[in-house]
Design a protein around this ligand. Structure first.
Ligand code: DHB
Ligand code: FE
Length: 288
């Protein structure tokens, strides 16, 4: 059967992609950001997944106010990097896993989560920047990717609790797939940032780090964080963090909605301010 062996959590700042693509990683501003991912790139080589189930948000690139799916699963054979206004990033196209994606859609919808099925979608920085941070600049991405888009842009957005429950359903789906695949689940976006309005530039280190502690050690309480706390404490775009709860809910210590199994191992934890307007947070958890 397929198994989720690890979860990865990371911010997705678009300027990080530009810094990589323009060869700026060794500049004073960017060096400490990329240094936080040195361990992670080696870890990816040492623990190569067959498939990444990559939870991200589209930023009005593939979707717009014309159509706003809350949860959308990519079932396509491949996905092109999107043109976000400066041309598409010079990164490889993303190769999907249509068979596993269709299986997950079937299982998760039958577990009462009404996913939108997406057979054609361009993928923006929400997906390509985490891949770049974790894999560097290869000719081809090292594995297949199932993009899973969550609406965290236009309210009403899903609750952290709903995301956490969805993660549990995704794990059940993966574990009922016959092929012997090593699957990683990634939660991306965050941490604290606000891109507009009177509080533009808001960063909250203390809240971010307390939330990371809770995500690791008390994920049920973390999942019960209300929307207003993210917005008040972590800024309007801090709400992207609910996506991390999908990946955390898919870890094997969560049984019947509670922490009952052996805790995952924290392989890596990194936090850095600033990267563009954003506090960068990053975790790697391995199942035991
Ligand atoms: C920034 C962060 C984001 O999450 C995003 O989607 C766009 C911009 C930033 O920090 O500039
Ligand atoms: Fe974003």
């Amino acid at each position: 059967m397929a198994r989720i062996t690890a979860s990865v959590f990371t911010s997705h700042v678009p300027a990080i992609g530009a810094a990589l693509d323009l060869g700026k990683t060794q500049e004073d501003y960017w060096k400490p950001v990329f240094a936080g991912y040195d361990f992670s790139k080696q870890w990816m080589k040492d623990n190569p997944p067959d498939v990444i189930f990559l939870v991200f948000n589209d930023h009005a690139t593939a979707f717009s106010l014309e159509m706003i799916p809350t949860f959308a699963i990519g079932t396509a054979a491949d996905y092109q990097p999107a043109d976000e206004g400066w041309g598409p990033r010079p990164v490889p196209k993303v190769i999907g896993h249509p068979d596993l994606a269709a299986h997950i859609a079937q299982s998760v919808i039958q577990q009462d989560f009404d996913l939108t099925i997406v057979n054609k979608m361009d993928v923006d920085h929400g997906l390509t920047v985490p891949l770049s941070l974790m894999c560097g600049q290869p000719q081809a991405w090292p594995c297949q990717v199932i993009p899973f888009a969550v609406n965290v842009v236009q309210y009403p957005v899903p609750s952290g609790r709903r995301c956490f429950q969805l993660g549990q359903a995704i794990r059940k789906a993966v574990e009922s797939y016959d092929d012997d695949l090593n699957v990683h689940i990634w939660g991306t976006g965050g941490m604290s940032h606000q891109l507009q309005g009177a509080r533009a530039g808001l960063i909250n280190r203390e809240w971010d780090n307390a939330w990371l502690d809770k995500l690791i050690a008390d994920p049920v309480a973390c999942a019960n964080t209300p929307h207003i706390d993210y917005v008040r404490e972590a800024g309007s775009e801090g709400i992207e963090l609910v996506m991390w709860l999908i990946a955390r809910g898919a870890m094997s210590d969560i049984v019947d909605g509670k922490v009952q199994g052996p805790a995952p191992t924290v392989k890596h934890r990194f936090y850095h301010v600033p990267a563009s307007n954003t506090a960068v947070g990053h975790l790697i958890l391995e199942n035991n």
